[in-house]
Design a protein around this ligand. Structure first.
Ligand code: LLP
Length: 463
């Protein structure tokens, strides 16, 4: 988040009171491949194209706001993750980032597993044919009904998050005459360098069971005693949108230490460890994410080294990337409705969506990029704030970004890297109708989640 102050020159920039923004790009028409889905480029008319289709055509056919997802990119990222980790590891896509039945089918076809964290995600996965044994079930407060369904259908693992849940899952499994494969989620005490609300491995938070004070060792002791449970390993997820591998290395080291303690105390070598998700993506050109092969190499090396030192055989590793797979593959397309120049302050560009389709800026102070995509422009850069249409001044989509000064109502602008945690966290605030997700591939566009209608809204309102 280190941004340099912008030099004087472009419109409004010299009068903005403060702000953290980089210098205007030398070419506002350039779509940086770092932040845009892989097939995105401009055609000879200047419109951005995804999956072979210009956004102007997509907007005419599907309306705005809408999320457009580059299916080829999604599949390529799945393959990159599974190739990087290879046969001896498992990649679980974290469905909370974005889940739909089409996504489940792509995951299945590309050989990935799936992490779900609610009954709704489990139902979506099962309804699209994901084999239950390839599903991991997460959550810090799964309901008895959710646990029962997960055990009944035979999910590959339930990740236990509390002492109560250890007993609860064991009881339900036993009453169904089953032995459920489980992992225990531990908090390793790492302070991940990310927003407080998306960091999960420091001790003062709701997830997992702390390694500190012997809590996790006690959880293992209890789980090993219960007939309804087959303890297959230890799980750690340290947070989200993380670039630095150091946190993962500490986490891996501490999880392996626990495996060694378990071996010493119980004579059991737990066969698996899960190091969670959380790998960062580029939201702006200044972000530098790691490639999956780099991540796989770093994690494999540290686990192998620590296991050798502890005299353990290397466990099977699994990881749970969500954002790193789906995040970069989609953008949100908006139509500009108003452009308001507040002299001496800033320019507000209002679009036809907002915090109901992207809450991340308001919630985490997240940074995004934005570009004019229906045409190119040679106008000077204009420092802008892209805002939504909601009745709330915090309804900001992109806080500080440069758009061409000739931007006008009717122009289409797009915010890249909105594939993760945008549609999945979308709301009906102000009775907004949640936008569709349209998958685009090889010149064909297909709605995979349709736009909500007023009938959808009114159906739940029983009067
Ligand atoms: N595994 C577990 C156990 C998790 O809790 C999460 C994310 C993941 C994997 C996937 O993390 P990813 O690779 O997608 O970073 N709404 C926030 C992110 C919350 C993440 C919650 N857990 C955001 O918009 O940044």
């Amino acid at each position: 988040m280190s941004r340099s102050a912008h030099p004087a020159g472009p419109r409004h920039a010299d009068v903005l009171p403060e702000g953290h923004y980089s210098a205007p790009p030398t070419d506002l028409n350039h779509l940086d491949p770092k932040v845009w889905a892989r097939t995105v480029h401009r055609d000879e008319d200047g419109a951005a194209v995804v999956g072979g289709i210009p956004v102007t055509r997509l907007a005419a056919e599907f309306g705005t706001p809408a999320y457009f997802l580059d299916e080829a990119d999604f599949r390529a990222r799945c393959r990159a993750w599974s190739d990087a980790f290879g046969q001896d590891a498992d990649v679980f896509y974290a469905g909370k980032a974005f889940l739909s039945r089409a996504v489940v089918r792509w995951l299945h076809e590309e050989g990935l597993n799936l992490d779900v964290c609610s009954g709704g995600e489990l139902a979506t996965a099962l309804s699209a044919g994901m084999p239950a044994e390839r599903i991991a079930f997460h959550g810090n407060n799964k309901s008895p009904q959710e646990i029962q369904r997960a055990v009944e259908v035979g999910v590959g693992r339930i990740v236990l998050d509390s002492f109560q849940e250890i007993a609860r899952v064991a009881h339900i499994a036993q009453s169904l005459g089953k032995r459920q494969r489980v992992q225990i989620r531990v908090t390793v005490g790492v302070e991940a360098h990310t927003h407080e609300f998306i960091a999960t491995a420091h001790e003062d938070q709701k997830f997992g069971i702390a390694l500190a004070g012997g809590q996790a060792a006690e959880a293992v002791r209890r789980a090993l005693k219960l007939d309804g449970l087959e303890l297959i390993g230890i799980h750690s997820h340290i947070g989200s949108q993380i670039f630095d591998m150091a946190g993962f290395e500490v986490s891996a080291r501490r999880v392996v230490q626990l495996l060694a303690e378990v071996r010493d105390e119980h004579g059991v070598e737990l066969p698996e460890i899960d190091l969670g998700g959380g790998l960062g993506i580029a939201y702006t050109s200044e972000d530098d994410p790691r490639e999956p092969h780099h991540i796989a190499k770093a994690l494999n090396e540290i686990v192998t080294r620590e296991c050798e030192a502890a005299g353990l055989s290397t466990p099977r590793i699994s990881v749970e990337p969500g954002r790193a797979i789906v995040g970069p593959t989609a953008f949100t397309l908006y139509e500009v409705g108003t452009v308001k120049h507040l002299e001496g302050l800033r320019t507000y560009v209002s679009v036809d969506g907002g915090m109901s389709d992207n809450i991340r800026t308001a919630l985490y102070d997240a940074e995004y990029s934005v570009a004019l995509v229906s045409r190119t422009s040679e106008a000077e850069p204009m420092l802008s704030r892209v805002v939504g249409k909601h009745c709330e001044s915090g309804d900001i989509v992109v806080k500080d970004a440069f758009l061409p000064a000739d931007l006008a109502p009717g122009d289409l602008i797009a915010v890249p890297a909105t594939g993760a945690y945008c549609r999945s966290m979308a709301s009906n605030y102000n009775h907004a109708l949640r936008p569709p997700v349209v998958a685009v591939r090889d010149g064909e566009a297909r709605v995979i989640v349709r736009r909500e209608t007023e009938e959808d809204l009114l159906r739940l309102d029983v009067g």
